[in-house]
Design a protein around this ligand. Sequence first.
Ligand SMILES: Nc1ncnc2c1ncn2[C@@H]1O[C@H](COP(=O)(O)OP(=O)(O)O)[C@@H](O)[C@H]1O
Ligand SMILES: [Mg+2]
Length: 211
Amino acid sequence: MTGLACCRGVSVVYGRGEAEVTALADIDFDVGEGETVALLGRSGSGKTTLLHVLGGLVEATSGTVERASHASYVLQSANLLPHFTVIENVNFAAHVASRESRAGLGPEELLELVGLSHRLDQLPGELSGGEEQRVAIARGLAQAPRLLLCDEPTGHLDSDTGARVLDLLETLQRQFGFGLVLATHDSGVASRLEREVELHDGQIAREPVEA
Ligand SMILES: Nc1ncnc2c1ncn2[C@@H]1O[C@H](COP(=O)(O)OP(=O)(O)O)[C@@H](O)[C@H]1O
Ligand SMILES: [Mg+2]
């Protein structure tokens, strides 16, 4: 494998018997180094499950998954620790990862990059949705990922704020060169990434052939 992740014939089945749900059915999926890929699909199509497989949070029921690197997550709800300040949230992630961020940037510098230097000592509850999501991005980058997995990161934001968060992700991706896989149900969002993969009932519906 030359890229960041490689899935071959991956299926994920949740539950047993009558409760059995096939979330992914025989998926082949690759992420190249520094590549940006959108996972496009309706609710229930398997996007989150595929992100979890890529990040190693969900085990494939069958098939093979190879991962070259560790991944960070940015979720639809920022999921910040509510009783910790902005800087503490990012510090905590950096500490857990116990490594320098990719460009050697510390938590304060990452928060400056996402435009939140003036919010370091605030609690998540005092931030707007867009600001919370920018903290979540800084936190993701604090773990120095080679692969950033974003699960509907703009799903709870109004379209202007969402567009700004996507601009930011794009800028940071260019700067740091991490691979990005972003799940969305919004084809406008998906079309901003280099490659689009459409999921439909746990299967890849369409993947344009690369030149
Ligand atoms: N932990 C789980 N247990 C049982 N079924 C699940 C679980 N997680 C997801 N599913 C089911 O798997 C399918 C795919 O879900 P998901 O990957 O969350 O799709 P998406 O992110 O595209 O909405 C859905 O039918 C969903 O209900
Ligand atoms: Mg989902």
